[in-house]
Design a protein around this ligand. Sequence first.
Ligand SMILES: Cc1cc2nc3c(=O)[nH]c(=O)nc-3n(C[C@H](O)[C@H](O)[C@H](O)COP(=O)(O)OP(=O)(O)OC[C@H]3O[C@@H](n4cnc5c(N)ncnc54)[C@H](O)[C@@H]3O)c2cc1C
Length: 434
Amino acid sequence: MSESCDVAIIGAGVIGAAVAFELPKRGYKTINFDMLPEAGYGSTSNSCAIIRVHYSTLDGTALAYAGYFHWKNWREYLDCGDEAGFAKFHETGCLIMKTKGNGNLKNVLIHVVALGIPYEHWNEERILEALPNYDLRCFSPPKLLNDEGFGEPTGGEIIGGVFFPTAGYISDPKLSAHNLQRAAETKGAQFIFKKRVVEIPMERSRVQGLVLDDGTCFNAPVVVNVAGPHSYKVNALAGADRDMQITTRAVRQEVVHLPSPPDFNFGENGIVVSDNDIGIYCRPEIGNNVLAGSEDPECDPRETVDPDNFDHNFTDQWTTQALRIAQRMPSMGIPSRMAGVVDLYDVTDDWIPIYDKSCVDGFYMACGSSGNQYKNAPIVGKLMASLIDYCENGNDHDTNPLQFPLEYVDHVFDAATVSRLRKVNPDSSFSVLG
Ligand SMILES: Cc1cc2nc3c(=O)[nH]c(=O)nc-3n(C[C@H](O)[C@H](O)[C@H](O)COP(=O)(O)OP(=O)(O)OC[C@H]3O[C@@H](n4cnc5c(N)ncnc54)[C@H](O)[C@@H]3O)c2cc1C
């Protein structure tokens, strides 16, 4: 005999677990299925988990600002206990360097002002007060290790930046997914681990549930794809990729962890910095380390891979990123032993996510998070629950898209901006910045 639920959720990362937290509140009996052993074991566990509010579009900015308040009020939002403890939000703020490459942040500030998000203009002096070891000479455009002129200043200095106090990072993203699992369980959600979904049966163009790799069948009239970098495979299983104008793919990423330089305890006193001039973002990392990721400048590889078979070893890209951050912190030593993470983004054509229904009745997707949607997980849980309710109650989201009022922010989110049927958004940064 098959088991059944109202909604089968494929994936128990931070977003899958957030969806599981919201649906039971609306009366849906849910089960999350994940092939890994615990919640948040997939790309969530290696997320840099930076919480920031600057995005290239108004709706993207509004979503991120609404997300920020959920991290700020994490315990109240979860409203439950967790024997493993709670993920911690380090609200360090985030500085974005003003550069020619990011148009001195003119567009970003238009959205920020429209939404009433607090910010400060910082001049060179103020930047050095916060980051006393910083070398503010310009190095742009970012280059690869073996490119001519790598690491050589190109003239001029960074003249300022914009600082957002409502930003920081979560020190343990995997734990945050566990917190969400526990919160969802208090509402009646179930989780099944170490089982891969291998089939999504269909009848008269409607999903019927799913089949696991041990042959077990689960009946469900609604299935949600929150499979992270595997999302394109799961969409294909359901035949839901037929009408998608925006597609997803798994893109390999390396993130560097380096010991703080001797003249500045970045681990304790550092902030999140987005630095378009060197093509790097950084933040403090536990153990008095500096974490440095690529902002995907044009020269950096964008390697599409099979999420079930990719190289987990560091490459020259690790060294490139380490040496780029050392351009700003010249006293920083580069250890011979490489530390950090290698993992996958689930990237869309415009680096803006897809939160949508599909051409298959009852099949939904929260995917294409493009390396920048960890921060939005709590609000995406609410958005997806609202979308499923909206569609299952007979509304045609494709022609009359859900309008989703955000909490904490005076803005109604237009879900058409994250539709699978949208055109590539030309306003996007086409990078991890979204
Ligand atoms: C290196 C890196 C740095 C990042 N930094 C940031 C950041 O600073 N800020 C930010 O906001 N975002 C960041 N992100 C993005 C963010 O981490 C992701 O958007 C988020 O974690 C995605 O969560 P998820 O639940 O959708 O996916 P995942 O955590 O990947 O979970 C998907 C789950 O689905 C399961 N699954 C897949 N297929 C199947 C199947 N067929 N059957 C059963 N289970 C299946 C997997 O096992 C996995 O556990 C980063 C991502 C990476 C990789």
